[in-house]
Write a protein that binds this ligand. Structure first.
Ligand code: ATR
Length: 273
């Protein structure tokens, strides 16, 4: 029930129309009888400042931040959690009185997803892609002292990221000859509507034990299907999405979210159930 005490949480981004976050958070609030509602706000760049002021003025409980504002938003907040500051990106805002604090729960989403399947410390990791999602993976893997080689279509982007973190890098063609414990795809290849595409061939996947795809729509990508056939353990992007959502949920409400319930809610939303 929405009443005079309902607290609001907003998603700030552009575009936000396909976000799975309302489908994860609202049923979770309901399940735990918490009087919160999660809404999406498509915000133009020149109105970001006004939007932050509105969060304070309208007494929002907090917000999520998504593409393209995860870095830019940092300059508008009152306080940034040290982990988010180190990463250089905020995906969660918590309101405390009129003070807004920024956090990063994407980072813990990556670590917790991996840790369900393995101990990342000392593992060899092939990271495909060198964009924003790859950067979050690099921070997480640096923290966990994993050994990473970044492979990217455009080698100079891989070089820049690798040098920043002290990792190795190469072009995507290196996939034919490389063997490692874990493969992580941080590119958008395989994402809806390109669901029949994969960044790797079946043969290339035989050189890995665990394959983690950051793509979460579809719930099982071609990369993950092929990886299963090649005998790998697979980690779906939905797992990471649910972990980051659960992290935000706990920051806003102080209550522990049910991870499987959130993941299932997101899955249902994708399949249109
Ligand atoms: P995000 O912030 O979601 O990571 P991004 O910053 O646009 O998105 O990064 C996209 C990454 O996916 C890049 O590493 C990109 O490779 P380039 O640096 O060569 O552009 C990679 N990528 C996107 N489409 C790709 C494709 N079809 N094949 C190979 N790599 C692709």
């Amino acid at each position: 029930m929405i009443d005079a005490k309902t607290r609001l949480i907003g998603l700030i981004g552009n575009p936000t129309g396909h976000s799975l976050s309302p489908a994860m958070h609202n049923p979770m609030f309901e399940k735990l009888h918490l009087n919160y509602r999660y809404l999406c706000f498509n915000v133009e760049k020149n109105e970001l400042n006004e939007c932050i002021k509105a969060l304070k003025a309208l007494n929002f409980a907090g917000a999520n931040v998504t593409i393209p504002y995860k870095t830019e938003i940092m300059g508008l907040l009152d306080e940034i959690d040290p982990v988010a500051k180190k990463i250089g990106a905020v995906n969660t805002i918590v309101t405390n009185g009129k003070k807004l604090t920024g956090y990063n729960t994407d980072f813990e989403g990556i670590i917790k997803s991996l840790e369900e399947y393995t101990v990342p410390e000392g593992k060899s990791i092939v990271l495909i892609g060198a964009g924003g999602a790859a950067r979050a993976v690099c921070y997480a893997m640096k923290e966990k002292k994993a050994r990473v080689i970044i492979l990217n279509r455009t080698q100079k982007n891989a070089k820049k990221l690798a040098e920043e973190f002290g990792f190795e890098y190469a072009g995507l063609d290196k996939l034919d000859s490389i063997k490692a414990d874990i493969l992580i795809n941080s590119t958008s290849v395989g994402m809806y509507p390109g669901i029949n595409e994969s960044i790797c061939t079946r043969g290339q996947l035989e050189n890995f034990r665990i394959v983690f795809d950051i793509v979460y729509n579809p719930a099982e990508t071609k990369l993950l299907r092929d990886a299963k056939k090649a005998g790998c353990k697979t980690i779906p992007g939905l797992k990471m999405l649910a972990y980051q959502a659960a992290g935000s949920f706990e920051l806003w409400t102080g209550k522990k979210a049910d991870l499987a319930f959130m993941m299932n809610s997101a899955k249902k939303e994708i399949s249109g159930e």
